[in-house]
Design a protein around this ligand. Structure first.
Ligand code: NAP
Length: 441
């Protein structure tokens, strides 16, 4: 934990305390690393069901909540939660050109993640292209095309709002390597995009030929999602509610069966001017269909390329087992294989998929394993552990001052006060040094 690290403690609630006090074993000390939704939900469940437990939550940043603060789109305050340490790389030529960004960095930038605060994405082009058909891709498209007055009311950072105010982007392509039946985004997010004021959906009806029949027996969510795409593709401008959309100054569209092959450079070789896509055909059916290149290619002009092809979990520490193939910690119901007493939850447990509710249930499952092991005597509880007390003395000996929860509350109050002046829920502080100064560190 660096100088900006934080630790929060939660005491047990009275329920269950009686049973605990009657036992002679010391109170269990639980250490949770990471204060995102998975960390908090796990802690909550343990505290709720074990009156005697003490939980310390550690975080590397001076502010808590991980994905809820830094991942969820600012115009989605009702969902406020995804997190992983890295993005998947495309592995194609031109990926490092200026004008090419990972979704993770871009999302971090507009959400005030300290490490991405200086991203300064170049928004001077008219066409942006997002690789991937997931919800993150839709989040980014929406932020790029949303009218400013809608974004102003959110907790999007001032810096990104200023950059978006000067943005020339008026067209966004979302490109998937497979077809409409394999998109990874969900209906709520798609509907929101379709209804985005000032932006017109451009879907090619030919992409949906024959799909109405094909989805007859598909699971209901997939069926409804496909029906919405078909309906949108077939709606003609001038037919309500498309009337208003027809005059929209901005547009977005879905391109299917196109796999990224190369980001094309400008004549001086410095920045992106377009992308070459390999056309694909599908082999197999449904979710498991595979995209196979046909040999044909297509070039699309765009000055901004955002790669939104999913997140990647990085190994945490050599002492923690890691399955590099699957990008997860090998575990069974959260119990880390081969390391008794170590548990995992969240994306590191199951991979970078799912919405907050998935993480909540999954964290409860891990907490349940902890409780079961405590009760079943699997964990060595014979001696009392100091928990944060021990860590604090190590930190003190190294001259490190951790940020406490009440310190965070001061940062929180300052952010809310700054936001109030601008009519926003908060103005996030993006510089950790400034956060530390604010709490007198
Ligand atoms: P995702 O849902 O896994 O989507 C990734 C997309 O990238 C897929 O379309 C995938 O296509 C494509 N892709 C992967 N590798 C590729 C490659 N090498 N070349 C081309 N395309 C590639 O990931 P995500 O959008 O990052 O979202 C992560 C999780 O967070 C999801 O569970 C999502 O639902 C959730 N989330 C939820 C919300 C919300 O609730 N509002 C918002 C944001 C994110 P294939 O299917 O062909 O692999």
């Amino acid at each position: 934990m660096g100088p900006g690290g934080a630790c929060w403690r939660g005491g047990g609630v009275p329920r269950g305390l009686k049973r605990w006090l009657s036992s002679s074993a010391p109170a269990p000390r639980v250490c949770v690393v990471g204060s995102g939704p998975a960390g908090f939900y796990t802690a909550q469940h343990i505290l709720k069901h074990h009156g005697g437990a003490r939980v310390d939550i550690f975080e590397k940043l001076p502010v808590p909540f991980g994905l809820v603060r830094f991942g969820v789109a600012p115009d989605h305050p009702e969902v406020k939660s995804y997190g992983a340490e890295d993005n998947r790389v495309l592995g194609i030529p031109g990926e490092n050109l200026s004008g090419v960004y990972s979704a993770r960095a871009f999302v971090g930038w507009y959400n005030g993640l300290p490490e991405n605060r200086d991203l300064k994405p170049d928004l001077s082009c008219e066409t942006a292209l997002i690789l991937g058909h997931g919800n993150v891709a839709l989040d980014i498209a929406r932020i790029l095309l949303s009218p400013l007055h809608l974004l102003r009311k959110t907790d999007i950072t001032d810096g990104s709002l200023a950059a978006l105010a000067c943005s020339k982007v008026k067209r966004v392509w979302l490109v998937g390597r497979r077809g409409p039946l394999q998109v990874a985004f969900t209906i709520k997010e798609l509907r929101e995009m379709i209804n985005l004021p000032g932006a017109r959906p451009v879907l090619n009806p030919a992409d949906f030929t024959g799909l109405e029949n094909a989805i007859k027996d598909a699971p209901r969510p997939r069926k409804r999602l496909t029906e919405l795409m078909i309906k949108t593709a077939l709606e003609k401008p001038g037919v309500k509610p498309m009337e208003a959309q027809a005059a929209a100054p901005r547009e977005w569209g879905l391109k299917f069966q196109r796999s990224p092959q190369e980001v094309l450079p400008t004549a001086d070789g410095r920045r992106a001017r377009g992308i070459r896509l390999a056309l694909t055909r599908l082999e197999g059916w449904g979710d498991s269909a595979k995209a196979i290149p046909t040999g044909d290619v297509e070039e699309v002009e765009c000055g901004l390329v955002l790669s939104s092809i999913g997140y990647r979990i990085l190994p945490l520490d050599p002492a923690v087992p890691f399955d590099t193939q699957r990008g997860v910690i090998p575990n069974s119901s959260g119990r880390v294989e081969g390391v008794p007493g170590l548990y995992c939850s969240g994306w590191v447990k199951r991979g970078p998929t799912g919405v907050i509710i998935t993480t909540m249930n999954d964290s409860f499952d891990t907490a349940h394993s902890v409780l079961e092991d405590l009760q079943g005597g699997v964990l060595d509880m014979s001696t009392s552990r100091e928990g944060f007390g021990a860590v604090e003395s190590i930190l003190r000996s190294r001259g490190v001052r951790p940020v406490s929860f009440s310190d965070w509350e001061k940062i929180d109050a300052a952010e809310v006060a700054r936001g109030k002046a601008a009519g926003k829920p908060r103005e996030k502080i993006v510089d950790p040094q400034e956060m530390l100064q604010l709490i007198g560190h």
